[in-house]
Design a protein around this ligand. Structure first.
Ligand SMILES: *Cc1c(COP(=O)(O)O)cnc(C)c1O
Length: 406
């Protein structure tokens, strides 16, 4: 038997039939051919409220690549201060929502720069080449572009699942070249919006985030001093993780918030009038989503029991351990009609794809599940439907559903 990660608090205390956003898993699956993702916006709202209480003076941006489902974005628009996007496709999804938008990501094409500059979106510039293309395009449009500089920081987020700073990188401009670029942007007449400094993702150690944020503030001040210009906004990145696996502990954001408010209270003079933002993806939405699939078959082989579902890694790649993890570990999952019930058997839960990678639960202890029963996989609100190879092996995509409004 191998352990599973912790079921998110909103579901962990349930007994009997699993309820998501006020309806049972069975009711959400009613009349549907295949697996579904169900998102509960009230869980997102509770994460936002927790962030607001912990970080009273910081803007909150949602990085929509974590989950760009349009009804979820609409529900989140009143909750957040801005959206961060990383393609023209993502930009089109948030444009109608009337919030400030920033656009990061390497390799922005001219058409993407044009769309963003025309719409008044802040571009987080990833290279000098991109900066020059943006200035030329803005000139052609007769528009004053909003430009921020993404810094490839000389700090990295310790313990982070994905390190994005402190080394050669396709993301951001090496710190030592940033001041000259800021001066050039301002001299060219651009509306320089400040810095974007993103040092990593999926961190659960509060001290690592505290140290990174302190280093980020110091770096922003140093670059601003060297550039001779104060940044209107410093986007401090994010990287708040969620507990996916056995032994993971939830991030105490209140501890991080206290340290950040203190660090800002004594910040260098050049940042006195700057605003600060944190951009979060998974921490806001991961726990709000549940992936539901039905048991198609049960079989025994070599002394192991397999539950074969109608859903798999083509919908929820991350739970198979093939999205940014080194060692495969079990996400939390449950038999949807038997929440809180005692485990009676050890089973491996697999998907229908013809590859051994399609394993959603490896020798997990569960209550009995028969053919036709629903299995729930938690933490499916981030990097699920849009981060999975939906076309692989030709099965239909999963439906996505949002529960009642927040
Ligand atoms: C992916 C990404 C995020 C969101 O990361 P999470 O781990 O989901 O919070 C935020 N900012 C940038 C620049 C990113 O690339």
């Amino acid at each position: 038997m191998k352990p599973m990660g912790p079921i998110p608090p909103e579901f962990a205390a349930q007994t009997g039939a699993l309820t998501i956003a006020g309806q049972s898993a069975g009711a959400w699956m009613e009349g549907r051919e295949g697996p579904v993702f169900v998102y509960d916006p009230t869980i997102v709202a509770s994460r936002v409220a927790r962030f607001r209480a912990a970080f009273p003076s910081i803007d909150l941006h949602y990085a929509i690549k974590a989950n760009p489902f349009a009804p979820l974005l609409a529900a989140m628009a009143p909750m957040v201060d801005g959206f961060d996007v990383a393609s023209a496709g993502e930009l089109a999804k948030v444009s109608p929502l009337g919030k400030p938008i920033s656009f990061a990501g390497p390799g922005k094409r001219d058409a993407e720069l044009t769309a963003a500059i025309s719409a008044g979106v802040t571009l987080n510039l990833e290279s000098e080449g991109e900066a020059h293309r943006a200035l030329t395009i803005a000139d052609g449009l007769g528009v004053r572009p909003r430009l921020a500089v993404r810094v490839n920081p000389d700090v990295e987020l310790r313990g982070s699942g994905m390190k994005m700073g402190g080394r050669p990188s396709p993301f951001g401009i090496d710190a030592e070249r940033v001041p000259a670029l800021v001066r050039e942007l301002i001299a060219a007449g651009a509306d320089w919006r400040g810095f974007h400094i993103y040092a990593g993702s999926q961190a659960l150690d509060p001290q690592a985030i505290i140290d990174t944020q302190a280093a980020t503030i110091a770096l922003a001040a140093r670059l601003a001093d060297e550039a001779g210009h104060a940044p209107p906004l410093v986007n401090l990145g994010g990287g708040f993780g969620v507990p996916y696996f056995a032994g993971d502990k939830p991030l105490p954001v209140e501890t991080v918030g206290q340290a950040l408010e203190q660090a800002l209270a004594s910040r260098p003079a050049i940042l006195a009038d700057s605003r600060f933002a944190i951009e979060l993806g998974r921490w806001l939405v991961a726990e709000a989503g549940v992936y539901l699939a039905r048991v198609i078959d049960r079989k025994d082989s070599g002394g192991e029991t397999f539950l074969i579902l109608d859903g798999g890694l083509h919908h929820q790649l991350a739970a198979s351990g093939n999205f940014g993890t080194v060692v495969r570990r079990n996400y939390p999952l449950a038999v949807a009609h038997a929440m809180g019930a005692e485990a009676v058997e050890t089973v491996s839960v697999v998907g229908p794809l013809c590859t051994p990678l399609d394993r959603l639960g490896d020798r997990v202890a569960l209550p009995a599940a028969r053919v036709g029963d629903i299995v729930a996989i938690f933490l499916a609100g981030a990097y699920g439907a849009t981060a999975s190879p939906a076309a692989f092996l030709g099965h239909p995509p999963a439906d996505e559903i949002i529960g009642g409004s927040a």
